[in-house]
Design a protein around this ligand. Sequence first.
Ligand code: NAD
Length: 488
Amino acid sequence: MTLFQPKASHFVDGAYIEDTAGTAFDCVYPATGEVIAKFHSATPSIIDAALNSAQRAQKQWAALMPVERGRVLRRAADFIRDRNRELSELETMDTGKALQETLVADATSGADALEYFGGIVSGMTGETVPLGEDFAYTIREPLGVCVGIGAWNYPTQIACWKAAPALACGNAMVFKPSETTPLCALKIAEIFIEAGAPAGLFNVVQGLGDVGAALSTDPRVDKVSLTGSVPTGRKVYAAAAEGLRHVTMELGGKSPLLVFEDADIEDAISGAMLGNFYSTGQVCSNGTRVFVHNSIKEQFLSRLKTRTEAIRVGDPLNEDTHLGPLVSKAQLEKVTRYIEIAKSEGATLVTGGDAPRVNGHEAGFFIAPTVFADVTDDMTIAREEIFGPVMAVLGFDTEVEALTRANATEFGLSAGVFTKDISRAHRVAKAFEAGTCWINTYNLAPVEVPFGGSKQSGVGRENSKAALDYYSQIKSVYVGMGRVDSPY
Ligand code: NAD
């Protein structure tokens, strides 16, 4: 435990601070069930200190030249890359995700976001609007203090994806990690200070939902950006609306993946496996409803079964391991419950469904990658977000039918299609009711491309130039050049 215990629970105004009056909670290593660090939830005085220091830092930070702000962000990106192994191991301890993955997907994508927004911020300009003799110009201004609230599946990436555009635009941030994964964001806060950010620009306060709720309603807060489930999103959106605060909501999904009869079947299986098993299935954009054309379904399922059974589940710190445990005991119980429901509702278990024994990790929260066939649209596993490595395979006959069924969900985060017919690929992508679509690949989310949900899956976009719109506001200045024309 000594290895992972931070100096204190919170990082506020450039330093670690503690208030032992806050409710105590533990950080558990999902592969063994051991407590690896202990925390206290933020008390009102910690929240107060964080918001006050963010307000102070924001004014100083926004007064810098954009290129100076960008330099700090890019320096932070370099530090993150230099320490990738250390940060990846920490991500694995926090989440249980396999180190094979975290080495390439977490700190690195956080660094990408800081590098990208650190680079483009200098090009963020207003416009001039000619109006005859008169003219107007616009200025992009920061919002002020932004609150970031994270989910537990990508603690480093979520902290960076929110901080990078927020800070680039001249805002400060108070970030509350998920109580399940409190470790990683503290390291990002340390790195910002090392990179030259003013104390208070990026604060981390720990706690459960009540701390997130206190932050979302505080009058000092101008924006709330949440990554979490739809029910939490509804609450946070409503709380932010009280103060007419800006929001970004990155919420859940039940995304469809359509595999047509002309698809490259091995690629389609790779896409389906990546889109269901990566991060032990705990990815918001996962394509958990895999619609396969009935003419190739048996072939698809047979190869999928063989390839899924070759996945190595085990010690996540062993770099040969493909799949680590789920993030928590509660998540293991939830996923196990969905597997039982699927069986009782008549889905056919193709493979998995049980908890594999991992030597030396008997108390870990492991679950085998699981595939169900003969799933119908009304079954619970075809409607609800499971957030575990459980793939539902459904058959279809026509494009229109597949699209109608794919879109028949309250969610609209992502969707994918595998086909060699280019017209169909673009027609299907256009028809999907989803924020992000993939053609002949799945789940790639580079920082250059907007990411976010439609329908109940969210509001706003992260990554790309689009994110700047959600962390800045436009001021219009009208300049009168002649006499004032007044009838009075
Ligand atoms: P969650 O909704 O339970 O919690 C998310 C965060 O909100 C946590 O930090 C939690 O403490 C906080 N919170 C809870 N109640 C709150 C309240 N009333 N006010 C303010 N904050 C509150 O989600 P989770 O279980 O941590 O994460 C899994 C969910 O996140 C899944 O639904 C997944 O799809 C979603 N997710 C979405 C994206 C995306 O980009 N769209 C990315 C990752 C995860």
